[in-house]
Design a protein around this ligand. Structure first.
Ligand SMILES: O=C(CO)[C@@H](O)[C@H](O)COP(=O)(O)O
Ligand SMILES: [Fe+2]
Length: 222
């Protein structure tokens, strides 16, 4: 599979959101961080905003739900137009049912793990999921430093995916930039979220192309 780039609008200008969404149109996904102020100590946006973003975005929506009670709320994000919905394993009561609900609504089902959660916890769910998101920062804020000590999780998951003959995607989120993208791709990542790296650049399109090129060069599993 080719490397995919998902700019995070957490680093966009929220007063000029449509302009900043269109500015990253040559990426593969628009990564939308939903935070509820409970599961993480930060609050961003919710269902009505994601619904409008999905209507104006030229890219499919990759919703990253950092919220409590995803059993109740995750399917709602698929209903309002998210193409991929990621819920956190730590917040889920019944992850298999959430994944099945998402797929039955036509969305891609994805599960995220925080830095403190062992990757082994998500391995039994691989057959029910389309993507696993391994956090490379503590969720809650953009612009944090990439946690290189998460790389063994990527290697373990990539090996499990290959052993199972699965086409599960592996997403990295947090601190992905030109300096770190090769490391995470070499370890097994293939969908890369980048917030401050893309929105901090004057030429957002150029930054997306540079990240994709560096990622593609480093990819042995592509
Ligand atoms: O989910 C999160 C943070 O919790 C991310 O999606 C960040 O928005 C990524 O930002 P950078 O680390 O790339 O600046
Ligand atoms: Fe995210």
């Amino acid at each position: 599979m080719a490397i995919q780039i998902a700019p995070s609008i957490l680093s966009a200008d929220f007063a000029n959101l449509e302009r900043d969404i269109v500015a990253v149109a040559e990426a593969d996904w628009l990564h939308v961080d939903v935070m509820d102020g409970h599961f993480v100590p930060n609050l961003t946006l919710g269902l009505p905003v994601v619904e409008r973003i999905a209507q104006v975005s030229p890219l499919p929506i990759d919703a990253h739900l950092m919220i409590e009670d995803p059993d109740r709320w995750a399917p709602r994000y698929a209903e309002v137009g998210a193409t991929s919905v990621t819920f956190h394993l730590e917040a889920a009561r019944d992850p298999r049912t959430i994944a099945a609900d998402l797929r039955s609504l036509g969305a891609r089902a994805s599960c995220a793990i925080k830095p403190g959660t062992p990757v082994e916890d998500v391995l039994p769910l691989i057959d029910t999921l389309d993507m696993v998101l391994i956090m490379t920062v503590e969720p809650g804020f953009g612009g944090q430093s990439f946690m290189e000590d998460m790389m063994p999780k990527f290697r373990t998951l990539r090996a499990a995916v290959e052993a199972a003959g699965s086409d599960l995607w592996i997403q990295a989120d947090g601190g992905v930039a030109r300096e770190t993208i090769a490391t995470v791709v070499e370890s097994g990542g293939d969908v890369l979220v980048a917030g401050s790296a893309v929105y901090g650049a004057d030429d957002r399109g150029g930054e997306i192309r540079a990240l994709r090129e560096l990622g593609q060069e480093a990819c042995h599993h592509c």
